[in-house]
Design a protein around this ligand. Structure first.
Ligand SMILES: C[S@@+](CC[C@H](N)C(=O)[O-])C[C@H]1O[C@@H](n2cnc3c(N)ncnc32)[C@H](O)[C@@H]1O
Length: 199
């Protein structure tokens, strides 16, 4: 199992080579629907492992105050290029697990292909960090990638069915669980939109 995905160089290499099969190129439908149901009204949202960062502008347009973070300088450069100067300051270079977020706690954390990019040994740390960064009543919502068999190589590293319930059991309650409608080929049939709320 590859642990190199825990290092920014792994991702820099892929962005530099244009090997980004996870890159959606826009805003997935389920996030657009979520934003209709949940306008931000100035509340704060975090986009961890933001990559090209397409969602940042959509979140802002829906009234959210976004912070996005990625530890790959290549990803941050792409996000800045994607979003332009109006949103560049919202995208920071840093480690999700260590960064001191000035805007924490967040009312919403948006997940897409970040958890499945992490070596599985980091999943418990991810769950603890999410809980620590979410305000009471805040939501973790986004896309979660599942595989029936444990990942022997990755990324992406699929979750086992039911695994998120164990990961988040202490702090977050599942409220919405539905298949994703517009998955990219590498995630097709294995991606679910899920919403959890911080207790
Ligand atoms: C598969 S990409 C997904 C990018 C984006 N979420 C998307 O949907 O296109 C995973 C991203 O997570 C970033 N990443 C991985 N570990 C990280 C960490 N500890 N802190 C911040 N970013 C991280 C990588 O640099 C990479 O850009």
């Amino acid at each position: 199992m590859s642990d190199s995905a825990a290092q920014p160089e792994f991702w820099n290499t892929r962005y530099a080579a244009g090997r980004t099969p996870w890159d959606f190129g826009g805003v997935p439908a389920a996030l657009g629907e979520f934003l209709v149901r949940h306008p931000g009204a100035g509340r704060r949202v975090l986009v961890p492992g933001c990559g090209s960062g397409y969602e940042v502008a959509a979140l802002h347009a829906a009234g959210w105050e976004p912070t996005a973070i990625d530890f790959s300088p290549s990803a941050v450069a792409r996000a800045h290029a994607t979003l332009g100067p109006a949103h560049a300051a919202r995208v920071v270079l840093g480690d999700f697990f260590a960064h001191d977020f000035a805007k924490a706690p967040f009312d919403f954390i948006y997940e897409r292909t970040f958890l499945c990019a992490l070596p599985p040994r980091l999943r418990a740390d991810y769950a603890r960090r999410i809980a620590a960064l979410l305000a009471p009543g805040g939501q973790l919502a986004g896309f979660f990638f599942f595989t029936e068999t444990p990942p022997d190589d990755g990324p992406p590293f699929g979750l086992a069915p039911g695994e998120p319930e164990q990961l988040f059991a202490a702090d977050l309650a599942l409220e919405v669980d539905a298949p994703a409608s517009d998955s990219l080929p590498i995630f097709a049939g294995k991606e679910r939109w899920q919403e959890r709320r911080r207790r």
